[in-house]
Write a protein that binds this ligand. Structure first.
Ligand code: FE2
Length: 277
């Protein structure tokens, strides 16, 4: 496992969690969605829009459970085009610490074993995201490296991506460039002194996108990838949603810069895969 992870920067573990566990997490997510009122927020999340970078609703969400709508969620009259569930881009970023069902899904002996086998010395879960990728309006995510947003010194970010529903080319599955994690970190996103977020380009070489490989994944699949592994997902124009859950792990021993966007209250200490609250 360690050799494959070092070589490709990404490993795919099929049937890692049961379909029942995926369904249970999906049901819990939808309960949280039920309690959310979209009109209170109207915060839209898009990796291409600059405005959202200044959005304090996003910036302050590192230790909360917040909801982010798709860019195309509202019609011209300001009404949701689809149901609430089918209007959301994601929920984040601390369900794993704030919600018992998410905590239980995120902290298992099996996950602790994977983290250990791929050589993470002292893993702690920094953030969780529930990705809705709704039918018809699920947005494209352009090619990026997660270490751009979750930067430590030395770099230690590792993504754990769980398919909660079947992800196919049709509904916008993940795509990776195998071995692409050996390329340099191309961008870094950070807070400026005025609080605004900027993304600085460190290396403007284009991605070798011809090397992208789609990773179709049935519900229950876990994809583990290096923070430098370049990946993207296409828009979902199909009639099926593509729910996924992600955890981002860092090594506790690494320096966590004060200008990373995600900052957590000291009331919510970071915990690993086996650490109880
Ligand atoms: Fe990503």
């Amino acid at each position: 496992m360690l050799a494959a992870f070092r070589e490709a920067g990404v490993i795919v573990l099929r049937d890692f969690v049961s379909r029942a566990a995926c369904e249970q997490l999906r049901r819990r997510a939808l309960e949280l969605v039920d309690a959310f009122e979209p009109r209170d927020v109207r915060s839209e999340f898009s990796t291409t829009a600059e405005e959202q970078l200044a959005d304090s609703y996003f910036i302050e969400s590192g230790d909360k459970i917040r909801f982010f709508l798709e860019a195309d969620a509202f019609d011209e009259r300001g009404e949701l085009r689809q149901s609430k569930e089918h209007s959301l881009n994601k929920m984040g970023h601390a369900m794993h610490d704030l919600d018992p069902a998410f905590d239980a899904f995120s902290r298992t002996p099996e996950l602790a074993t994977v983290a250990q086998r791929i050589g993470i010395e002292d893993p702690v879960i920094l953030q969780s995201m529930y990705i809705f990728k709704p039918p018809r309006i699920g947005g494209e995510v352009v090619c990026h490296q997660d270490s751009t947003y979750i930067y430590t010194e030395p770099e230690s970010c590792v993504g754990f991506w769980f398919a909660l529903e079947d992800a196919t080319l049709d509904n916008g599955c993940m795509q990776f460039i195998p071995g692409g994690h050996k390329l340099p970190l191309k961008k870094r996103n950070y807070r400026q002194p005025d609080g605004r977020l900027v993304t600085e380009t460190l290396d403007d070489t284009p991605w070798p996108v011809e090397q992208l490989v789609p990773v179709e994944a049935e519900a229950g699949t876990l994809v583990v990838f290096d923070g430098r592994a370049p990946h993207l997902s296409a828009a979902n124009r199909s009639a099926r949603s593509r729910h996924a859950y992600t955890l981002h792990v860092i090594d506790r021993a690494c320096r966590y810069p004060a200008d990373n966007w995600l900052q957590r209250s000291s009331q919510l200490p970071l915990r690993g895969f086996g650490e109880a609250a």
